[in-house]
Design a protein around this ligand. Structure first.
Ligand code: ACO
Length: 372
């Protein structure tokens, strides 16, 4: 049997044309992330990840139309939210439930062709934005906001979340954040999605499984934890004290480290610049200064670099987005990647079934319960 690789580190477990990380450079289907982050719309990225090519003008318009059409939720979903949209249900827990629930209203749920699956990817991508925003509003006792057909995907998300039209700067920053989080090769949640559908289970099951994986603080859940840390640090003078204690206890500092990137995460520089700009525009400069001090200490002492989650926290906080909605936003963006991985897995499927090295007891004999 092959040697055990804890955490599957370095193991090649799939072939993909969706994205690659080579020498700390991230590309989506051959396009450099820098090029895409600077120039593209998130809708083009969805198409790229699903089809391995950018859309024509006509294809892009058609996709945007479908997204807007599918953003409307069945009224029963809002009713469903009333049962569990409370402060003690984490929005990622709610999202896991609600994505599973909307499968009930998909009229083609059992149709399994590449075309119907691609359409299902559009449907889920559209509805996940509505689910996250409607949950957040219902929880606050507000009416859900219906999508606005004049707005892009990024703008519609912010509009449905807050109930007011976002500024151009907010839309530009949010569109970029969605692009930067859309896919990341064989990350834990994409692999989870691929495992789930490798039994030929349906796309909703794959997305529900992926949401569960993303929720953890070692993956997407880190962005909410970064904000918790920044609020605990409170002021620039407290950074060293705070980190001394955490590091002495061998605790992980959220938003740092990466399995693949050791030199630098190519996405982090954009979020850092966005954070600098937006914290200064919204009077949250100290949060940015604290972030820089943490970054410096982690680099100097541990040789660790900020990952995509570190500066995204202050960006979303400055946009007045509730902290527990940060990870659901990651899910909204990563749905493009998850659905792409699911489509790719179906196209060349073999059930994912590795082996485990047994390290438990051996040669035991059953003893009747009354004799134990
Ligand atoms: N804070 C302190 N020490 C750390 C951190 C951190 N954030 N990350 C890694 N280290 C240390 C570990 O303690 C370990 O030290 P040791 O060798 O002395 O025991 C060493 O660096 C290697 O760390 P591992 O946890 O083995 O690295 P792995 O590749 O398994 O994990 C991970 C990567 C999960 C990202 C890890 O760095 C971590 O837990 N980071 C904090 C959580 C986080 O930010 N997650 C978001 C990841 S990016 C994303 O999913 C979007």
């Amino acid at each position: 049997m092959a040697e055990l690789q804890k955490g599957l580190e370095g193991v090649i477990a799939a072939e993909t044309k969706i994205s690659s990380i080579i020498d700390s450079q991230l590309t989506y289907s051959g396009y450099d992330i820098d090029d895409l982050a600077e120039n593209a719309q998130f809708e083009e990225i969805m198409f790229l990840l699903w089809n391995y090519r950018l859309p024509t003008q006509e294809e892009l318009e058609e996709l945007k139309e479908k997204l807007k059409q599918y953003m409307t939720l069945n009224p029963r979903v809002y009713k469903h939210f009333e049962e569990y949209a409370t402060d003690d249900v984490h929005p990622m827990t709610a999202l896991r439930t609600s994505v599973s629930y909307i499968a009930h209203f998909d009229p083609d749920a059992e149709e399994e062709t590449d075309e119907s699956r691609k359409n299902r990817a559009i449907r889920i991508q559209a509805k996940i934005a509505s689910l996250v925003t409607a949950f957040s509003r219902v929880r606050e006792g507000k009416e859900p906001v219906k999508p606005n057909s004049d707005l892009s995907y990024a703008a519609n998300f912010l509009y449905m979340l807050k109930g007011e039209l976002p500024s151009d700067t907010e839309v530009e920053a949010f569109n970029k954040a969605l692009i930067l989080h859309a896919d990341h090769e064989l990350n834990a949640s994409a692999f989870t999605a691929r495992c789930a559908v490798s039994s030929l289970s349906d796309m909703y099951s794959g997305i529900v499984a992926a949401i569960g994986s993303l929720k953890g603080p070692l993956h997407g859940g880190a962005n909410e934890q970064v904000m918790k840390m920044l609020s605990e640090v409170k002021s620039l003078d407290e950074v060293d004290n705070y980190l001394d204690k955490k590091l002495a206890n061998k605790e992980k500092i959220m938003g740092f480290g990466h399995r693949v990137y050791k030199e630098g995460d190519p996405r982090a520089k954009y979020l850092k610049e966005m954070s600098r700009k937006i914290t200064s525009e919204t009077g949250h400069n100290e949060l940015y200064e604290i972030s820089l001090a943490i970054e410096k200490r982690m680099h100097d002492e541990k040789g660790l670099i900020p990952n995509v989650d570190f500066f995204s926290a202050t960006v979303y906080h400055s946009m007045e987005i509730p902290h527990d909605i940060f990870t659901p936003i990651f899910a909204v963006s990563r749905t493009a990647g998850w659905t792409a991985h699911i489509l790719e897995q179906y196209r060349d499927n073999r059930i994912i079934r590795p082996r485990a090295k047994y390290v438990g007891e051996t040669n035991r004999k059953y003893v009747a319960v009354e004799e134990r």
